[in-house]
Design a protein around this ligand. Structure first.
Ligand SMILES: NC(=O)c1ccc[n+]([C@@H]2O[C@H](COP(=O)([O-])OP(=O)(O)OC[C@H]3O[C@@H](n4cnc5c(N)ncnc54)[C@H](OP(=O)(O)O)[C@@H]3O)[C@@H](O)[C@H]2O)c1
Length: 318
């Protein structure tokens, strides 16, 4: 059965229905709406405190998808008056040095948010790096305290990509309650938090990974498929239920450019709606990160001035 939007899209330009296929769920118009709202908040924060909210992006070594993403984040920061500070650390650095550098950023009062660009070089354990980020500056919600809050359904910073994957569907007018959702990928950065957020939206969630026996079967049953595997063309149109909503989080650099994890041309013939890559989840992720950064900056600084400091973006308890 086809999945129909429950209401008109919140922003008319969010989508662009192709006569020959699925409705395209684009992140940029939603991101522009968010950034427009944030610009005013950034100006008033800067006026109040004499410095703009600052995001520190820790980059360890060079990696093609990371470089694309980093470029987008810094551009997105500038467009709203936020300072984006790239903290480059050489690829040969030790884990101890990375941890020390993050601890310095934790102590820097001008820095309100810290993100660590992934993937890390193999010999640097992710956990050893993210666990030192101050939870109040962990605007990508990866630090164990924030991850625990998400799991329990309490307020805390949410992983921005996972939040964007859910928001792009909601903001396009689709009602998530009761849908069978299949999430392909179980990373702490995308798949796992996306599945938790979908449960909060009252979806029935199936999580798939490399050892899933019947990936095609789980995908075929889903009303909503979220794919975050890092495997180009993993999900094809032939695997999808007609009328499904497809959120492609994958970013893969291939000879022809950047593609997602979904075979776009075949999937769009079957789906009700699909996020393009590039242009889907990615731009919205950046805007959500900025939203988190400004919430973090206000929570860290405004509490000296107001009786009720803003909290990080909340996630509703189920
Ligand atoms: N749009 C954005 O803003 C954004 C942000 C972050 C990441 N990304 C992209 O999203 C993708 C996923 O990122 P990630 O950090 O979550 O990657 P990751 O840590 O490598 O995790 C990939 C997950 O996908 C599963 N998987 C991989 N190949 C599979 C297959 N053939 N069948 C079933 N499951 C498979 C893995 O299963 P196992 O657990 O069994 O290994 C794992 O759980 C990447 O392309 C990344 O570039 C996009």
């Amino acid at each position: 059965m086809a999945t129909q939007p429950s209401a008109a899209p919140s922003t008319a330009e969010v989508t662009d229905r192709r006569h020959d296929g699925a409705r395209l769920l684009r992140g940029a118009p939603i991101a522009a709406e968010i950034r427009g709202r944030l610009s005013g908040e950034v100006s008033s924060f800067t006026e109040r405190h004499g410095f703009p909210p600052t995001l520190a992006v820790v980059l360890i070594g060079a990696d093609a998808p990371s470089a694309v993403y980093l470029h987008q984040i810094v551009r997105s920061c500038r467009s709203t008056g936020v300072t984006g500070r790239v903290v480059e650390i050489g690829a040969r650095v030790t884990t101890a040095v990375v941890r020390r550098r993050i601890q310095e950023l934790n102590r820097d009062p001008l820095v309100s948010g810290i993100i660590v660009q992934m993937p890390l070089p193999r010999r640097i354990p992710l956990r050893a790096v993210i666990e030192v980020i101050d939870p109040r500056k962990d605007i990508d919600g990866l630090q164990p305290e924030n991850a625990g809050l998400l799991t329990l359904g309490y307020e805390g910073f949410l992983p921005a990509t996972a939040q964007a994957a859910v928001e792009i569907v909601k903001r396009s007018g689709y009602r998530l309650e009761g849908l069978d959702a299949t999430v392909v990928g179980r990373s702490n950065v995308v798949g796992r938090p996306a599945s938790l957020l979908l449960q909060r939206e009252h979806c029935t969630v199936t999580m798939c990974h490399r050892r899933t026996r019947d990936l095609a079967g789980h995908v075929a049953r889903a009303d909503l498929v979220v794919v975050a595997a890092g495997s180009p063309g993993l999900i094809t149109g032939a695997m999808l239920k007609p009328g499904v909503i497809v959120v492609d989080v994958g970013i893969n650099v291939v000879a022809d450019g950047i593609v997602g994890d979904v075979h776009f041309d075949s999937a769009r013939q079957v789906a009700e709606a699909i996020t393009p890559v590039p242009g889907g989840v990615g731009p919205l992720t950046n805007a959500i990160l900025l939203e988190h950064l400004i919430a973090a900056a206000r929570a860290q600084h405004d509490d000296h001035h107001t009786s009720a400091p803003p909290r990080p973006p909340a996630a509703r308890a189920p």
